[in-house]
Each structure stands twice: as structure tokens, then as C-alpha cells.
Write a protein that binds this ligand. Structure first.
Ligand SMILES: [Zn+2]
Length: 277
């Protein structure tokens, strides 16, 4: 018997979770000297709305840094801020450059301790064993540089160009799964939950909007903007993958159980459609 398209599981309730939310948001806000600014930019010939942080990084979807040499600022974006209703179904077009070779040189910031380097090597090994990409550690002329930072896990999308380096920011909070996710961005992958066809498979719980608006009004637009759909210039013939490492909440992060991971990312409080997770 064919199952109708139904919402099958409401993932979890909000009760008892607010403490983790508050801790996470306090952590985030304490690590920023100023609130990010929502900017309109031209990036690789596409107009995008992104967040510019206090370091001057242009951030797409929380953890994707745009290559600065590809960014042309168009000015502060005010539309989302003023809007009472944020459309999480708005679609952005993102242009990504694929890597020209499967042999990629990387370098690890020498200031990482031996144990701090382990998640990086384990994540690289994960990619090596499951794909045809071959990573080689070098002392110079690297294309990927794993840089030690005090907070967050961030990377840029795709190939950095002939004279560029994709600098991946790794803090002590980034575990193997997080680094594996960031390497996915380096390879040119966007988030699974932001795929253009994601509405066939997931939806945001209606109460999530109210919860975010009521509890995190000052960053509400940031949270919703980070969930909007994206279409890249690359073909994506693969089926939607509920277990993708590129989907928030699909894998445990920093040894946090799944439901708490969804909370700690302060993002997708999804319900799922069409089949089991
Ligand atoms: Zn990401």
C-alpha cells in the first residue's frame, strides 16, 4: 500500500530545551564584539544576502565563508530586518567553482596540539576512504589551510582559485563530524536541508517560527535567513539524504545527542516527510 505524503514524526518538543538554547546563544554572543550586519553582496556574479561579522568575514548560512576577493559589497540589506514575516522558502543562487583535480594539498596550523589535530586527520581520512579525493599534507603551496581559531567551525565553498587558499577555521569545539562537514563545504557542497527540493522531505515546524521570534527576536532574521533554500550552478543528481553530513541535526556533533544537537545549532527544528529518518 502506498503511503500518503504525511508528516510522520514531530521530532521533539521545546520543553526542557531552553537552557541549552540560552547557553548556546550566550556563548555565541559572548564571542562577538558586535552584532553581524546583514549585507547585500555580489559574489561570483550572483547577488546574495549574507552576514558580515566583526572580523570582516562574509558568512552564508552560519558556517560558509565567502572568498573575500570574490565579494563586492552592494550595501546593508534592510528588507529582511524590516519584514514581519520571513520567508524561509526564499531561494538564493550560489555559484561554486569545483576543484580541477582530485589530488589536493593541505596544511595544518602548527599551533594545533597533537590531540587537537586528530579530528582534522580523522575527517580527512573519512573523505579519503569514502571518495576518490586524495589529500596530501604539505609545508607550503597548500590549497586548504586548517587554521586554529577560538570559536566556531567555518569553511569556504569550493575551489579557491589558482592563487587562493580555502582557509578552514577550526576551534576546539569542532569534532570529527564537524570537520567532515566543513570539508564538504570545501569540496563545494551546500547544506542538504537547504537544497532546492528540500520541501518534499522536510519542513520547519510552525511553532519554531514563534519560538524563535519570541525568544531570539534580535537574531530572528539571521536564524531564518540561514535556512533559506539555495540553488547552485552545479548539477545535483543525487536523492535527498536525510543522513547527510551536510544536514544539520543528521549526525551527532561534539558528542551531543541528536535532539540536543538540533537545539545547540539553534536551527532546524524540522519535521520530516516521506519516510523514516
Ligand atoms: Zn555548514
Amino acid at each position: 500500500m502506498k503511503l500518503p505524503v504525511l508528516l510522520i514524526v514531530v521530532f521533539f518538543a521545546f520543553s526542557c530545551k531552553e537552557k541549552e538554547w540560552d547557553e548556546e546563544m550566550t556563548y555565541r554572543q559572548d564571542n562577538k564584539t558586535s552584532r553581524p550586519i546583514l549585507m547585500d553582496v555580489n559574489y561570483k556574479e550572483q547577488k546574495l544576502t549574507v552576514w558580515k561579522n566583526e572580523n570582516g568575514d562574509y558568512l552564508l548560512d552560519e558556517d560558509i565563508k565567502l572568498y573575500k576577493n570574490e565579494v563586492q559589497e552592494l550595501g546593508p540589506h534592510t528588507g529582511l530586518e524590516k519584514s514581519k514575516i520571513i520567508d524561509w522558502d526564499q531561494t538564493s543562487q550560489v555559484n561554486i567553482t569545483l576543484w580541477p583535480s582530485t589530488s589536493i594539498k593541505f596544511k595544518v596550523d602548527p599551533s594545533f596540539s597533537g590531540s587537537e589535530k586528530q579530528p582534522i586527520y580523522q575527517a580527512l581520512n573519512h573523505w579519503k576512504t569514502k571518495t576518490n579525493i586524495n589529500f596530501t599534507e604539505v609545508g607550503s603551496n597548500e590549497k586548504i589551510y586548517f587554521r586554529k581559531v577560538s570559536s566556531g567551525c567555518q569553511a569556504s565553498l569550493g575551489y579557491p582559485g589558482n592563487n587562493g587558499i580555502n582557509t578552514v577555521d577550526i576551534s576546539p569545539t569542532c569534532d570529527v563530524q564537524s570537520v567532515t562537514h566543513e570539508i564538504g563545504h570545501v569540496m563545494g557542497m551546500i547544506h542538504e536541508h537547504q537544497r532546492i527540493n528540500r520541501n518534499t522531505y522536510i519542513s520547519l515546524k510552525p511553532e519554531t517560527f514563534d519560538f524563535l521570534r519570541n525568544n531570539y527576536a534580535s537574531i530572528y532574521t539571521l536564524l531564518i535567513a540561514n535556512l533559506q533554500k539555495e540553488q547552485s550552478n552545479l548539477e545535483d543528481p543525487f536523492p535527498f539524504d536525510m543522513g547527510s553530513v551536510m544536514m544539520y541535526g543528521s549526525y551527532p556533533r561534539n558528542n551531543i545527542p541528536l535532539q540536543n544537537d538540533l537545539i545547540s545549532r539553534n536551527l532546524p527544528l524540522f519535521k520530516k516527510k516521506m519516510g523514516a529518518w
